[in-house]
Design a protein around this ligand. Structure first.
Ligand code: SAH
Length: 448
């Protein structure tokens, strides 16, 4: 087989690479768009597939667009920025369909059209920029793909414009006072990450290796005088003195305001601690939650479990139409927020428990709780099998599965189908993460 070949790009892989074929051999090609025809050089061969690079786009795909980010290739965040938005939505729908049919084995599944994000640029309410380089040459931006070298971000198509204003202020402050960025290799220096999250106000978190940071007062002054579209509600120093890839450390202190923001989704106001999970795309989140609520089809007499409930986002949506909601979540700060959020919105039929869903849910069942409907919204690794077993044996009429990783959704749905008799007939993809390959999907599993 020659190392150079020409092939159409048939589909897209999980990391956004185009998939080409050379005499039946699959080759993944970075930067290729579905529908392109490319001249490709194979750069690496494995037994059943290989990797290639584009030598020439012989015939560009009608879906190909000029990526609006000058760092598109360097960053690796928005892997679909060279593909028009309509096509991105189709790709995501197909991703859900393929996972549910191929991994899940569901043959007659209807996967609906992907609900778009409007707008699909500058949508993120949360930004986290690693800090690196040296005190003379500070870099704040993103890690180069497959490395921990920090590259300066010049532009970002999906960040909140306020996050950029904040990032620039940090650059100015660090340069002016020669603040040492964190050096991961030597584990020296100070500032590790800059994190901001926006709701009705903005909170800024400075992740530092050291407790003490020089010229913090000057930084505070600078941040509070910024012309952001929303007021700064809090500035927190989070101390992460460990040699670790985890961004946040355990301890923190506030130098201004609060450690949380308020954010509104539909008619509910949520208090969100900076350590708690919160959906990053405010434009699609309410649509996603409404779909989950619609699929629950509540009449007001049901007990609902909301597992992996975070700050009680979905729980409080459900509580308005259910008899009782029980939320379970592993992060203590998130559960504190959830309890307060119920009070804040005068919702009295929601209870929250802190712990792993796979431990707390079976324990609740043992004490006599029974859910008519279960909502799960696990992280990318999906549900623990112990949890699926507990749910399956409890036999709720319906399980509404909110997923950010269709491979684990398909795996878990298959278990619920084969072992406990649940049917999965339809799934609704949502574009929570435009320009990336990530897709969120809401699906209902019912007892047939
Ligand atoms: N439903 C919420 C949160 C979804 S994200 C929302 O939409 O806002 C997934 C959540 O699961 C996170 O809050 C994470 O902290 C939590 N989590 C992770 N592993 C868990 C486990 N084993 N048991 C319970 N919660 C867990």
């Amino acid at each position: 087989m020659s190392d150079i070949f020409t092939s159409p790009i048939y589909s897209v892989s999980d990391d956004g690479s185009g998939i080409a074929r050379c005499d039946g051999y699959t080759v993944f090609v970075k930067g290729a768009v579905i529908g392109d025809e490319c001249k490709i050089e194979i750069t690496k061969r494995n037994k059943t597939y290989g990797f290639g690079r584009i030598l020439e786009v012989v015939k560009p795909s009608p879906s190909r667009v000029e990526p609006i980010c000058p760092q598109f290739k360097e960053c690796g965040g928005c892997t679909l920025l060279h593909t028009d938005y309509e096509t991105q939505l189709k790709i995501k729908r197909e991703t859900v369909y393929n996972a549910l049919t191929r991994i899940g084995g569901f043959e007659n599944i209807v996967v609906h059209e992907t609900t778009p994000s409007v707008p699909n640029l500058n949508y993120r309410n949360k930004s986290q920029y690693p800090v690196g380089g040296t005190a003379r040459d500070i870099k704040i931006g993103f890690y180069a793909p497959r490395s921990h070298n920090v590259v300066n971000s010049e532009f970002c198509a999906i960040e909140n414009p306020d996050a950029r204003i904040i990032l620039n202020a940090f650059r100015e402050w660090m340069a002016k006072y020669k603040i040492a960025p964190y050096n991961e290799e030597k584990h020296i220096g100070t500032i590790r990450h800059i994190y901001s999250r926006a709701g009705e106000s903005i909170m800024i978190v400075i992740v530092s290796r050291t407790r003490e940071i020089e010229h913090l007062d000057e930084l505070k002054e600078m941040l509070l005088s910024l012309n952001t579209s929303k007021p700064i509600g809090g500035i927190v120093v989070n101390i992460n003195s460990q040699k670790t890839n985890t961004i946040l450390g355990k301890y923190d202190y506030t130098i201004y305001g609060e450690k949380f923001i308020y954010a509104k989704i539909d008619n509910i106001t949520y208090k969100v601690n900076y350590k708690s999970f919160f959906q990053v795309n405010p434009y699609t989140t309410n649509l996603l939650y409404k779909k989950a609520l619609e699929l629950c089809n509540l009449t007001g007499s049901e007990t609902v479990f909301d597992l992996y409930c975070g700050i009680g986002t979905i729980s409080l949506f459900l509580a308005q139409n259910a008899k009782k909601v029980i939320g379970v979540e592993i992060v203590p700060e998130a559960i504190e927020d959830a309890k307060e959020n119920a009070k804040l919105n005068s919702i009295s039929n929601a209870e929250f428990y802190c712990g792993a869903a796979e431990t707390v849910c079976p324990a609740l069942i043992k004490t006599g709780e029974k859910a008519d409907i279960v909502v799960v919204d696990p992280p990318r690794k999906g549900c623990d099998e112990v949890l699926l077993q507990a749910i399956g044996k409890m036999k709720p009429e319906k399980i509404v599965y909110v997923s950010c990783n269709v491979a684990t959704l398909a795996r878990d749905a298959k278990i619920l189908h084969e072992k406990y008799g649940y049917e999965l007939n339809e799934s609704f993809p949502f574009d929570q993460f435009p320009h990336s390959m990530h897709v969120e999907a809401v699906s209902a599993l019912s007892l047939s």
